[in-house]
Write a protein that binds this ligand. Structure first.
Ligand code: MG
Length: 282
């Protein structure tokens, strides 16, 4: 199942993407993706029935996709979680997950512009594989992770390096408005045979700048679910972005930072493509 949040010009609503069609979930009483996830297994059963006999269907061409989870209760990011990226960043390979956050002001959907803030001239790209919680849990054992994860999506962890690295705390450089593109779809875990073996790549203006595999994650999904849930109750819709592979602009010689007019696309095998234009913001 591939969940989307979309709009036809008025309010955002939830849908199931099937090929070129979007099946509206509002007709089954689900106002948004969060309420769908909170309903758990019952929602999945309803959705399966809806796919076989849909009520309201839109063409993908007639809707605008938003981030699949536009307002997660938590938008958690993991830093330095690919071995080679930790090395290229000149940091020690972490033995404990590095955690920072984005706020919902950062979330945008596919096709929406990433706005370069006037106060930064070092805005970098980071392709990331993200998982989304489907069931509430605390102190979850690593081996039970699949019970709590609904599925996967793509996150672009846009990063203003000058702000991120001005102090030891990274969040301020990571959560500028529009710095959290997400989507296009939330893909349920049943659709993906092995989330720890997916090619992940990023193209800036058609040039491949990141190309790796989720097999290179230092802390994988079970480890992160166990670690995070020792601290906080994980709730349906929480997004955990698992970190970026090597090839970021900051580490290149000379460095590459994003500029107005750029086009940036992240592709993850089996999950999809998240493409955003880059514009000058305020
Ligand atoms: Mg990152």
């Amino acid at each position: 199942m591939r969940l989307v949040t979309f709009t036809t010009g008025d309010d955002a609503r939830a849908g199931i993407a099937v090929g070129d069609q979007i099946i509206d979930l509002a007709s089954s009483g689900f106002e948004d993706v969060l309420s769908f996830l909170e309903a758990g297994d019952a929602a999945v059963v309803t959705a399966r029935d809806l796919v076989t006999s849909p009520r309201e269907v839109f063409s993908r061409l007639d809707v605008e996709l938003l981030a699949p989870v536009p307002t997660p209760q938590k938008f958690i990011c993991i830093g330095l979680n690919y071995l080679d990226h930790a090395i290229e960043s000149g940091k020690e390979v972490p033995t404990t997950p590095v955690i920072f956050t984005k706020y919902n002001n950062a979330v945008i959907g596919p096709g929406h512009p990433i706005e370069l803030p006037s106060v930064s001239d070092q805005v970098d790209y980071e392709a990331e594989f993200a998982f989304v919680i489907g069931k509430s849990g605390k102190n979850i054992r690593a081996e039970d992770w699949e019970e709590y994860v609904f599925g996967y999506t793509i996150v672009h962890d846009v990063s203003a390096r000058d702000w991120q690295l001005a102090t030891s705390q990274w969040t301020i450089g990571k959560t500028f408005d529009t710095f959290g593109p997400m989507g296009p779809e939330l893909v349920s875990k049943e659709e993906i045979t092995d989330p720890h073996n997916l090619r992940i790549s990023l193209e800036l203006n058609g040039q491949v700048l990141q190309d790796s595999n989720t097999s290179q994650l230092i802390f994988n999904i079970p480890a992160l679910v166990e670690h995070l849930s020792k601290v906080m109750t994980l709730s349906p819709g929480d997004v955990v972005s698992t970190g970026t592979p090597p090839g970021v602009g900051m580490a290149r010689k000379p460095p590459i930072f994003m500029k107005p007019g750029d086009d940036v696309a992240i592709t993850i095998e089996g999950i999809g493509e998240l493409r955003n234009p880059v514009v000058q913001g305020s």
